[in-house]
Write a protein that binds this ligand. Structure first.
Ligand code: NAP
Length: 409
C-alpha cells in the first residue's frame, strides 16, 4: 500500500531503515495523510481512529509539520469574564484555555472574577522585539575588539541587508558582547504581529553574509545560545526576547475574602513565604504557575508551545497597601506571542483568536494578545495565591482535577 522506502543516508553494509514513506507533494492532502496513517497502523499494529478524526485542513498543515498522520485533540475550556484596561485590549474578554489539568480553568476563572470585581487589570507592553545572536570568531582578543569597534559604523548597510529579506521585520539595533576572542552580536528586531524567528534568522543570516563579505571575512555561527529562544535564562528578566508586559490590579479586602477566600494579610504572607522558597531553589524570578496559563492559551491560539520556556520567566508581586488593599502585579519580560505565522492560521487557532478579537494586525494583533495574556496570568497568580493562603488548594484539585483509573482497570 505504501511507496517503496528510501533511506536518504544509506550506510554501506547496514540494514535499510524502515523510514516513513515519502509521499507525493510531501503528502498533505487527506488521502495522502490517510495513506501514511495506514502505514503506521500496519507497522505498529495500533488503531489511529481518533488521530484520524480531525477537522483542521491537512493542506494548511504544510509549513507546520512534516509526515502528518492526523491531529491530536486537547479539550478547550473558557475562563472569564476578564476586564482588561490595556492600550490595545480594552474591554471584557472570555479566554480559551486548552488543557487536560482539571481545576486549571476554574482557577483562572476565579482570578478573573477577582480582577473584574476590582474594576479590571491595567496592562502595558513596554518592549516589543525579538533577537537573534550569532557569534563571530577571531584569531585573538585584539582582532575581536577591533571588529566590535568597527561594526556600529556599518549599521545602515547591515540594516539594509537584513531588511532586504522581510517586509515586516525592522532591525532596531546591534550590540556586541565579547567572550574571549569571540564576539556575540545581538541583532534586535521589531517583528510586528509575528513571533518572528523564521523572519529574523533569515534576515540576520543575510546581514552576517554582508559582514563576512565586507568586514574582513570573520566566520560565524548563526546561533550563539545567547538569545534564550525556548530556554529560561537570567538575561530574559531585562527584556529583549519577545514582549515585556506588566499587568496590575488593586484588590479590596471584600473581594479578596469573597472570591479568594482569604485576607489581604494572608495573601501577602503567602507571597512572602513562597518568595523565600523560590530563592532557596534558585528560581529565575518568582511566579506561582505562569506555565499553566501560558501553555493552555498557547495551545488554544496556535502559539509555539515551546516558547513557554522563555515566556514563563517573570515576577509576581503582592503588596499590602496602607488602605488595607492588595496591589498585585505580574511582570512578563519575555513573552512570545503572535497572531500571524506559525500555527496561528490553523482553523481551531483562528477561532480561538477570534474569541479574543485578536485576528487582525497592529492594534488588533499580537500586542493585544500580549495584554490579554498578561491579565490572564495575573488571574492565575491570584487564584493560586488565594488557594495556598486559605488552605483550599488540595480540596480544589480533589473536586476538579482528579482522573484516577479505577482499581483493576
Ligand atoms: P512564519 O510563519 O515563518 O512567517 C511569518 C511571516 O508572515 C513574516 O515573516 C511576514 O513576512 C509575514 N507577515 C504578514 N503579515 C505580517 C504582520 N502583520 N506582522 C508580521 N509578519 C507578517 O513565522 P515567524 O513568526 O517568522 O516564525 C515563527 C515560527 O518559527 C514558529 O513556528 C517557530 O516555532 C519557528 N522557529 C523558527 C526558528 C528558526 O530558527 N528559524 C527558531 C525557533 C522557532 P515578511 O517577513 O516578508 O514580512
Amino acid at each position: 500500500m505504501s511507496e517503496p522506502l528510501s533511506d536518504p543516508i544509506p550506510l554501506r553494509g547496514a540494514r535499510p531503515l524502515k523510514l516513513v514513506p515519502r509521499l507525493k507533494e510531501q503528502g498533505y492532502d487527506r488521502p495522502q495523510v490517510a495513506k501514511r496513517r495506514a502505514w503506521v497502523e500496519e507497522m505498529t499494529g495500533c488503531h489511529l481512529e481518533e488521530v484520524g478524526s480531525f477537522t483542521i485542513s491537512s493542506d494548511e498543515m504544510r509549513g507546520n509539520i512534516e509526515n502528518p498522520i492526523g491531529a491530536v485533540q486537547m479539550p478547550v475550556g473558557v475562563a472569564g469574564p476578564l476586564r482588561v484596561h490595556g492600550r490595545y485590549a480594552d474591554g471584557t474578554f472570555y479566554v480559551p484555555l486548552a488543557t487536560t489539568e482539571g481545576a486549571l480553568v476554574r482557577s483562572y476563572e476565579r482570578g478573573m472574577v477577582a480582577i473584574t470585581r476590582s474594576g479590571g487589570a491595567q496592562v502595558r507592553v513596554w518592549i516589543d522585539e525579538n533577537r537573534v545572536c550569532p557569534v563571530f570568531f577571531f584569531d585573538d582578543v585584539a582582532a575581536a575588539y577591533d571588529f566590535a569597534q568597527l561594526l556600529p559604523d556599518h549599521l545602515d548597510s547591515i540594516r539594509a541587508a537584513a531588511e532586504s529579506t522581510t517586509r515586516h521585520g525592522k532591525l532596531l539595533r546591534i550590540e556586541c558582547l565579547p567572550v574571549g576572542r569571540e564576539v556575540i552580536v545581538n541583532f534586535s528586531y521589531f517583528t510586528a504581529d509575528a513571533h518572528g524567528m523564521n523572519m529574523i534568522v533569515k534576515a540576520t543570516d543575510e546581514a552576517c553574509r554582508w559582514i563576512r563579505e565586507h568586514l574582513n571575512g570573520p566566520t560565524y555561527y548563526i546561533f550563539s545560545g545567547y538569545n534564550s529562544e525556548k530556554r529560561a535564562s537570567g538575561s530574559l528578566l531585562a527584556g529583549g526576547k519577545g514582549k515585556k508586559v506588566t499587568a496590575g490590579v488593586r484588590l479590596r479586602p471584600e473581594v479578596i475574602k469573597a472570591v479568594l477566600h482569604t485576607t489581604p494579610e494572608g495573601l501577602v504572607d503567602m507571597w512572602h513565604h513562597t518568595v523565600l522558597g523560590h530563592m532557596q531553589t534558585g528560581t529565575i524570578g518568582y511566579n506561582g504557575h505562569y506555565a499553566n496559563g501560558l501553555t493552555a492559551l498557547f495551545i488554544a491560539t496556535g502559539q509555539d508551545v515551546a516558547n513557554v520556556a522563555n515566556s514563563a520567566v517573570g515576577i509576581t508581586n503582592f503588596e499590602l497597601l496602607p488602605s488595607g488593599e492588595v496591589y498585585a502585579s505580574v511582570t512578563l519580560p519575555s513573552l512570545t506571542v503572535a497572531t500571524v505565522g506559525g500555527g496561528t492560521r490553523l482553523g481551531t487557532s483562528r477561532e480561538c483568536l477570534e474569541m479574543l478579537g485578536c485576528t487582525g494586525y497592529g492594534p488588533e494583533g499580537a500586542v493585544k494578545l500580549a495584554e490579554i495574556t498578561g491579565a490572564t496570568l495575573l488571574a492565575g497568580e491570584l487564584s493560586m495565591g488565594g488557594a495556598i493562603s486559605s488552605g483550599e488548594f488540595v480540596a480544589a484539585h480533589e473536586s476538579y482535577g482528579r482522573n484516577r483509573p479505577e482499581e483493576g482497570s
